[in-house]
Design a protein around this ligand. Structure first.
Ligand code: HEC
Length: 103
């Protein structure tokens, strides 16, 4: 009896702790990357403008310019270059993610 209690308790803890984030990672891995690397300055919706960051929801940069900015960082070096830190495909999907923040 106690054994079953322990097993179900363990399952519960697993679901409570890991469930949401694991599900989120599978559904939208780019959002997880954005949350980890970009949200501190740009916020969840791109509008935070912390540390002098630009509001991404009203940005007028082209797709190529957004990608370039992510690769090379900002001119004033507040935003670092993510080339070499993120994989090429991550930078590309982040670019799409950033563009979608406008709608
Ligand atoms: C340390 C804070 C910081 C982090 C972290 C950061 N940024 Fe920025 N970002 C800035 C600042 C500051 C600017 C504006 C700099 C400028 O005008 O030269 C900026 C500008 C941008 C721009 C250009 C917007 C425009 O219209 O000019 C894009 C796109 C962008 N960031 C995307 C990202 C993405 C994607 C990430 C995560 C990989 C990220 N940023 C992480 C601070 C940050």
């Amino acid at each position: 009896m106690l054994k079953y209690y322990c097993v179900s308790l363990m399952l519960l803890i697993l679901v409570a702790c890991g469930g949401a984030t694991t599900e989120e990672m599978v559904k939208d891995p780019t959002r997880v990357v954005y949350t980890k690397y970009c949200m501190s300055c740009h916020g969840p919706d791109g509008k935070l403008m912390s540390s002098g960051a630009k509001d991404l929801s009203i940005s007028i940069l082209t797709e190529a310019e957004v990608e370039h900015r992510i690769r090379k960082g900002s001119n004033n070096k507040v935003m670092m270059a993510y080339e070499g830190i993120l994989k090429d495909e991550q930078i590309k999907s982040l670019t799409q993610y950033v563009l979608k923040l406008r709608k």
